[in-house]
Design a protein around this ligand. Structure first.
Ligand SMILES: NC(=O)c1ccc[n+]([C@@H]2O[C@H](COP(=O)([O-])OP(=O)(O)OC[C@H]3O[C@@H](n4cnc5c(N)ncnc54)[C@H](O)[C@@H]3O)[C@@H](O)[C@H]2O)c1
Length: 356
């Protein structure tokens, strides 16, 4: 296979590339990434010199470069991770419009990080280029967040035919991308597959997400903030389990199908997850600071991943307790990776989280 991996310098993309090259040494990968604040070539520096790996610095919104890259590298498979991914940033960006003098000022300052531009237009460009080039597979990586929010205390779970009900600018832009991907299959016969996955944790998770921010703050001796009252429920999947799911879908998944990917873990409120982290780090609950909740905070996500388990034989291998231990160890041992990223993004941390 000759794969184009978009967003391969980010968290899940870099884990995917490392896994794929180790397990498919005859394949070739082009990592196509714009290197936004969330992407760094440091995450793949151990494989930079591999003969079957190439990095192209490019924007998925750039039709000419996307097309040229597909052609010059005879790409047959696209695995599409590239996106603006942080919900808090998507909310902050739109809140800034209240402060901006006018909407022109707002977009001039932040267009390159705009969620609709990158996640919707970028996906559209890729789909067009994939169609013209005639790829054998376009795999789109998406999230559970597109389905909205389930009530706390309910037993309900989403399955692949659930209605879309995105509630943040991030999830709305991902939902639009999902629809476009499926529309290109129904309308033009583009051979697509889609995975919607729960929250991932693992190495190279950018230190702004709930658990990576908490762990790095605690390692820096700071308190960790949790949106009050801390009862929101997320599902946490070890990134390696997600990568194996995508691998299986690429190898055996049925074209046109969507597969949900979620863990076995018991449902845990965010506050309980943080307490587990504190226990692993031998710290007390006084290190938790409950802060004002974010607007429109989704209460509970829960997916039924029976389809991928039954049809493709996938199951997660790492439970939440082991995953958290592995995650804490990784951040302890890899300050060289996350400290410079936190330093470089200080402005965002101050705007979003104050001094935390
Ligand atoms: N992180 C999760 O828990 C999770 C869960 C489910 C689904 N997803 C989805 O998986 C994908 C990857 O998520 P992640 O957490 O690795 O994201 P990330 O923010 O860590 O990485 C995103 C990468 O995309 C690149 N990128 C962004 N815009 C680009 C553009 N216009 N052109 C080229 N490159 C661009 C960035 O430079 C970065 O390397 C996303 O589509 C996300 O919606 C993530």
């Amino acid at each position: 296979m000759k794969l184009l991996v978009t967003g391969g310098a980010g968290f899940i993309g870099s884990n995917f590339i490392r896994h794929w090259l180790a397990n498919h040494p005859d394949d070739e990968i082009v990592n196509y990434d714009k290197l936004t604040y969330a992407g760094t070539r440091e995450s793949l520096k151990d494989i930079e010199a591999s003969e079957n790996y190439k990095f192209v610095w490019g924007d998925i919104c750039d039709l000419f470069l996307v097309q040229k890259t597909l052609r010059e590298n005879s790409i047959d498979t696209i695995v599409h991770f590239a996106a603006q991914t942080h919900v808090d940033r998507s909310i902050l960006a739109s809140q800034k419009s209240k402060q901006a003098k006018d909407v022109v000022d707002l977009f001039t300052e932040s267009l390159s990080e705009d969620f609709v531009l990158n996640n919707v237009w970028g996906t559209h460009v890729l789909l067009e280029a994939a169609l013209k080039h005639g790829v054998k597979r376009f795999h789109h990586v998406s999230t559970d967040e597109v389905f909205g929010s389930l009530p706390l205390g309910s037993e309900e779970k989403w399955s692949e035919d659930a209605c879309y009900n995105p509630r943040s600018p991030y999830s709305a832009s991902k939902a639009a991308a999902d629809h476009l991907v499926r529309a290109y299959h129904s309308t033009y016969g583009l051979p697509i597959t889609v995975t919607n996955c729960a929250n991932n944790i693992g190495p190279y998770l950018f230190p702004e997400k709930f658990l990576s921010l908490a762990i790095t703050n605690l390692l820096e001796g700071k308190k960790t903030s949790v949106y009050a009252p801390g009862n929101q429920i997320r599902e946490w999947l070890w990134v390696g389990d997600h990568i194996r799911a995508i691998e299986l879908v690429l190898q055996q998944g049925k074209v046109g199908e969507t597969y949900f990917v979620s863990p076995d873990n018991p449902e845990l409120p965010n506050l309980e997850v943080i307490k587990k982290v504190l226990e692993i780090m031998n710290l007390g609950e006084d290190m938790i600071e409950l802060v004002k909740d974010r607007p429109g905070h989704d209460q509970r996500y829960a997916m039924d991943s029976g389809k991928i388990r039954q049809m493709l034989g996938w199951k997660p291998e790492v439970g939440i307790d082991d995953a958290l231990v592995k995650l804490v160890s990784w951040y302890r041992e890899n300050e060289w990776w996350w400290k410079p990223l936190k330093e470089k993004n200080k402005k965002f941390y101050t705007e979003q989280y104050g001094n935390r």
